[in-house]
Design a protein around this ligand. Structure first.
Ligand code: GLN
Length: 533
């Protein structure tokens, strides 16, 4: 196990309590004290990765530089820590079983019966320790998805129990629960927490720290009671009160001394006191904006804002840089038509068309791209958003009435967006897109260069279709230029309309790389253009 220490974060009572944010906040504090920290997510579902999941199921699929399609919590980890995560940071039951079954087929188990304990739990432990051994982190925080008591998370909790038993000094467990407030009696109730800790104890894991999510401040009495019933020190009962922005949580955890208690329990020195000056300035800008700007985010999964998590967070980062609150209006692309587009989009100073797949809602996105272009409204198209802008331009300006992407219309006579050659033979859906970081050369005379101030960039991709280079000369002649080109494949990665206030589309996903300490320049410029409207 080397010298790495491991912190496990489990959840009880209910899902959606913010384990990811608590993990990221603790990691932030430990990082600010000078430790090399990373966070890993264990997801108990059987899919190999969330790449094949509908966003309605688990929200956005986050993509890492090394091309892993992962849980959206990894986005939080990167945004908070300003470090890269990798394939190894997200483990699913599907991946664990696939490895074990492949080994069994190879005969690696030498005739033994293959069982959940020890074979599955060994594979889980191997994947947890990998971050310590392969990547040399001082502290690895591992968040276990789901809620304690779920059948599917049992092997993970068992792996935690075994690791604690094997190396007690190097491992702690933080359990996050919920303390409901009953308004009729005016009381916070601890019983669900007691029950959830009991359930964890039944699986052999004693939590070292309890984080209690609450709407009201915890009294000393409540902390004492929880400590007594759950076998934890009173100082290890931590309050996590609701706040208006997730970025305030590290500051709350600092006040509650979560980092100090975790380090003490891991027998690690406290090192320096976290300063977090830049972080605090950022939170201050988020909470006290000077301006306001409304942006329309057009997509087809708008009923679930988590489907656009990284985009929404990137607008918050860019808003803080511009001292403004960005109000993101989620607009369903299926609700947009020629007759209502003006009425629907008029309140917004900027239009962002989201990534997506498939035919549903495509017409509304194309209509919105046209509205932005014709009315000189700042426009940002991401992946499918860029493709919509290209289709619209081909139809309206090049007069190719049936121009389309072959994803939506395989028989179009003008396939301005077409499948990449390398994609044509692929049958499997899982992990077969163009994924992860690719480099791109930027044209000096462009809005993109004004944003990046660099001629060579690297951004993350997740798509199968591309701008068809056969049409490029026509597009450029008519006023839509390619301002970013992949140097190895010549694929167009960025388009712009120079004769427009701010009209930029990217084949990649800039939102994945926007962090608190490093907000993405394209989002900053887009918001700035919208602010000047
Ligand atoms: N469906 C499009 C493609 O596969 C766009 C993908 C996306 O927006 N991420 O190319």
């Amino acid at each position: 196990m080397g010298h790495s220490k491991y912190i496990f974060v489990t959840g009880g009572v209910t899902s959606s309590l913010g384990k990811g944010i608590i993990s990221a906040s603790l990691a932030k504090l430990l990082q600010a004290r000078g430790y090399k920290v990373t966070i890993q997510k264990l997801d108990p579902y059987i899919n190999i990765d969330p790449g094949t999941l509908n966003p309605y199921e688990h929200g956005e699929c986050f993509v890492t530089d090394d091309g892993a399609e992962t849980d959206l919590d990894l986005g939080h980890y990167e945004r908070f820590l300003n470090i890269l995560t990798t394939q190894d940071n997200n483990v699913t039951t599907g991946k664990v079983y696939q490895t074990v079954i492949n080994k069994e087929r190879r005969g690696d188990f030498l005739g033994k019966t293959v069982q959940i304990i020890p074979h599955i739990t060994d594979e889980i432990k191997r994947r947890i320790k990998l971050l310590g051994t392969r990547h040399n982190f001082d502290i690895v925080i591992t968040e276990i998805g789901g809620t304690v008591g779920d059948i599917e998370s049992l092997p993970y909790i068992e792996a935690v129990r075994q690791m604690k038993w094997e190396k007690e000094r190097d491992i702690i467990c933080i359990h996050l629960t919920f303390v409901p407030y009953l308004s009729t009696s005016g009381e916070l109730k601890t019983k669900p927490t007691q029950h959830s800790v009991k359930m964890l104890l039944e699986t052999g894991v004693q939590p070292d720290i309890l984080v209690l999510r609450t709407q009201k401040p915890l009294t000393d009495d409540i902390r004492r009671k929880v400590a007594l019933f759950c076998n934890v020190a009173q100082e290890a009962v931590i309050e996590s009160i609701d706040v208006s922005t997730i970025y305030e949580v590290p500051l709350l955890m600092l006040k509650e001394k979560l980092d100090v208690i975790a380090l003490k329990k891991l027998k690690l020195p406290l090192r320096e006191q976290p300063m977090l000056k830049q972080w605090k300035d950022f939170v201050n800008n988020v909470k006290n904006p000077e301006f306001d700007v409304k942006i329309a985010l057009i997509g087809k999964y708008v009923e679930l804002a988590d489907a656009y998590k990284s985009i929404i967070e990137a607008t918050i980062h860019a808003g803080a840089v511009n001292f403004c609150k960005v109000q993101v209006g989620l607009i369903h692309s299926e609700h947009i038509d020629e007759n209502n587009v003006k009425e629907l989009l008029q309140p917004y100073k900027g239009i962002l068309i989201a990534p997506g797949f498939g035919h549903r809602g495509i017409d509304g996105k194309i209509i919105a791209a046209r509205y932005a272009r014709e009315n000189n409204i700042p426009f940002f198209g991401i992946c499918l958003g860029l493709q919509c802008a290209v289709i619209e331009f081909a139809r309206s300006i090049l007069h190719y009435k049936d121009a389309h992407s072959t994803e939506m219309n395989p028989t179009t006579t003008h396939p301005v967006i077409d499948l990449m050659e390398a994609q044509k033979e692929i049958i499997n859906k899982g992990h077969t897109m163009r994924l992860g970081a690719y480099s791109c050369n930027i044209k000096r005379k462009s809005k993109t260069f004004e944003a990046y101030r660099k001629l060579k960039i690297s951004e993350r991709h997740r798509h199968r279709y591309e701008i068809n280079n056969a049409y490029l000369a026509e597009f450029e002649k008519a006023g839509m230029i390619a301002s970013g080109i992949n140097p190895d494949t010549n694929l167009v990665e960025i388009i712009e309309i120079p004769n427009h206030k701010w009209f930029v589309g990217d084949q990649f996903h800039p939102e994945y790389k926007s962090t608190v300490l490093n907000p993405h320049q394209l989002f900053i410029r887009f918001i700035k253009a919208a602010l000047m409207e």
